[in-house]
Design a protein around this ligand. Structure first.
Ligand SMILES: [Zn+2]
Length: 52
């Protein structure tokens, strides 16, 4: 499940260490249309949104 960081609203995987506190979200916001929109490297093992 993706987590939205409460500080800068960036999106991360649950185990990512790049955010202090966050809120789990059930699906990505509409703004996220491709893997490139997920800027943190915690997503780097995925090639496309469909894989997540
Ligand atoms: Zn991350």
């Amino acid at each position: 499940m993706p987590v939205m960081a409460s500080g800068d609203f960036s999106l991360h995987r649950e185990g990512c260490g790049e955010f202090d506190d966050g809120m789990p979200i059930s699906s990505f916001p509409d703004e996220v249309t491709s893997i490139e929109d997920l800027e943190c490297e915690c997503w780097s093992e995925f090639d496309s949104l469909e894989e997540i």
